[in-house]
Design a protein around this ligand. Structure first.
Ligand code: G1P
Length: 288
């Protein structure tokens, strides 16, 4: 199997759930603590040893490219350090038709290599940088899978916000390094949901995915959903495995305000320079 060198970040979504903040600022550029969201994702990908990153943008997203321009980095030694020799590429999804359609724009970049997909509006925090992504890549390689997907357990009430998995066996998915997936449903109702294992913003695929994206009809919300493309892979007999977030690992979804506030608060408390003072302020404020 080819070494995994490429990652794709779909960042073309309009960010309607975060209006008015996202009226002229891409949601991927909203700061969390002192860095924009997408910078955390790039750093995670770099820490996982990937060499080339394609960011899929759309209208009003040019500030993403500006942010990573070398000109802007003269005072940002840390980001330069993270980026090392990693190369960034950009392409656009000009007509928003859904996540699978956006990922489909990466076909030329990906070529015949396996690749990682990291959604541009979710930060994964772990004890050592990039470790979750490395686990997902490892499972992909060991299982010789056509896809591996990251999952987290969510409240039963929240299943309709996510792609939800039906695992093949009924065992405890949190203890095994990976579990095989029987089926996936995009944003099911509580009654339809086969579990509370929610797709969590990170995937690894073989390039065969693009054949299935082409065959995927519009699904939930009239959009071409990546969950439906993976479902077609499963129906064609491909093996798809899940990896679950473990202890000390957390996902921050920047796509809605509550989760964005949580992320900003958490990362500000962890700030090297101002974290202590900010904690004191927050404690005082909550007492008042
Ligand atoms: C997308 C996917 C969904 C997944 C979610 C979080 O939904 O379609 O399956 O659970 O990301 O990773 P969105 O949040 O873009 O509506």
């Amino acid at each position: 199997m080819k070494r995994l060198r490429k990652a794709v970040i779909p960042a073309a979504g309009i960010g309607t759930r975060l209006l008015p903040a996202t009226k002229s600022v891409p949601k991927e550029m909203l700061p969390v603590g002192r860095k924009p969201t997408i910078q955390y994702i790039i750093e995670e990908i770099c820490a996982a040893g990937i060499e080339q990153i394609l960011i899929i943008t759309s209208q009003h997203k040019r500030t993403i490219e500006d942010h990573f321009d070398l000109d802007q980095l003269v005072n940002d030694e840390k980001l330069l350090e993270h980026l090392g020799d990693v190369r960034l590429f950009y392409t656009r999804q000009s007509n928003p038709k859904g996540l699978a359609d956006a990922i489909g724009k990466a076909e030329h970049f990906v070529g015949d290599e396996p690749f990682v997909v990291c959604l541009g509006d979710a930060i994964i925090q772990s004890q050592s940088p990039g470790s979750v992504l490395r686990r997902l890549i490892e499972a992909f390689t060991i299982k010789r899978a056509s896809a591996t997907i990251l999952f987290q357990r969510v409240d039963q009430q929240s299943v309709s916000r996510y792609g939800i998995a039906q695992p093949k066996s009924r065992g405890d998915t949190s203890t095994a390094p990976a579990f095989e997936i029987q089926d996936l449903i995009e944003k099911p109702s509580i009654q339809e949901a086969p579990s509370n294992l929610a797709v969590t913003a990170r995937y690894v695929f073989t390039p065969e995915l693009f054949d299935y994206i082409r065959q995927t009809p519009p699904g939930r919300g009239g959009e071409i959903q990546i969950t439906d493309s993976i479902r077609l892979m499963l129906q064609a007999g491909h093996s798809v495995w899940g990896v679950q977030l473990g202890e000390g690992e957390k996902r921050y979804d920047i796509g809605n305000y509550l989760s964005y506030f949580e992320a900003f608060f958490r990362f500000s408390l962890a700030d090297e320079e101002f974290g202590q003072d900010f904690r004191q302020y927050a404690e005082q404020m909550l007492r008042d």
